[in-house]
Ligand binder design. Sequence first.
Ligand code: PXP
Length: 252
Amino acid sequence: MTVPLRLGVNIDHVATIRNARGGMHPDPIRAAVLAAKAGADGITAHLREDRRHISDTDIERLGREIDLPLNLEMAATDEMLEIALRHQPFAACIVPEKREERTTEGGLDAAGGHNHLARFVRDMGSADIRVSLFIEPDPIQVNAAAQLGAPVVELHVGAYCDAEDKVAREHHYRRIIDAAAKAEELGLECHAGHGISFATVGPIAAIPTLMELNIGHFLVGEAIYVGLSDTITEMRRRMDEARSVELPEAIS
Ligand code: PXP
C-alpha cells in the first residue's frame, strides 16, 4: 500500500548562517513561512544542547508564528524534556547528540538505551506529543523502538545518501527497505531523514510505506542558487514523482 508522503523542512541551517554573524538575518522563522507556502507539510528544528543553530527563542516563535506542525528534534536530556513539555510541539524526534559532532552521526541505540529512553517516550506521549526515535535502518533498532512504545521511527538514511559506489548504495538501500518493512509489520509509522538531496530523494520516496521525509541541509544549500521556495517545490515534485515508480526500478 502506498501512503501519502509528507515533507518536513528542517530550518536549522538558516539559523547556522544567522548565527555566523550573531544578528537576526537570515531569520529561520521567515524561512518556515516560505516553506509552508512552497508545500512543506511540517517544520523540523533541532534545539541542540550547545544552541549552535536553533535557539530557544526560535522554538518559541515557531510555536507562535507558524501554523504547520512543529517537529522538535531533541536529545534525551532532562533540559530538552522540560522544553518539549513546556512548548508542546506536535512531534518530538529523539536523536543522539554529541557535543563535538558536526551533525547527527548515526541513530539512537534504542535497544541498549531502553531504560534511559523509556521515560522520554512515556512522558511526551502522555502529553500528546507524537514521539519518534531516530534510529539506524536496522530491524533490531526498529524492534527496540516498538518495545519502547514509540509510535514512530525515523530511519537515518545518511549512509545510503553518502554511499560512494553502487554496491554500497544498494546495500544501504536494502537496509532501509527491510527496516521500513519491519516498522510496518510492528505497526510503527516510518519516516526517513539525513543527507537527502535531489539525487537521493527518488529511491527513498519510492518506498511506499514511508510517511515523512525530513530534509534540511541540502534545501538550504541549494536555496543559495535558486531560492528556497523553488528548491522546496522541486523537492516536493520529485517526491510525488517517485511515489509512482515501482520499487525495483528505484534501486538502480
Ligand atoms: N532528521 C533528523 C532526525 C536529523 O537529525 C536531521 C539533521 O539534523 C535531519 C532529519 C535532516 O538532515 P539533513 O539536514 O541532512 O537534511
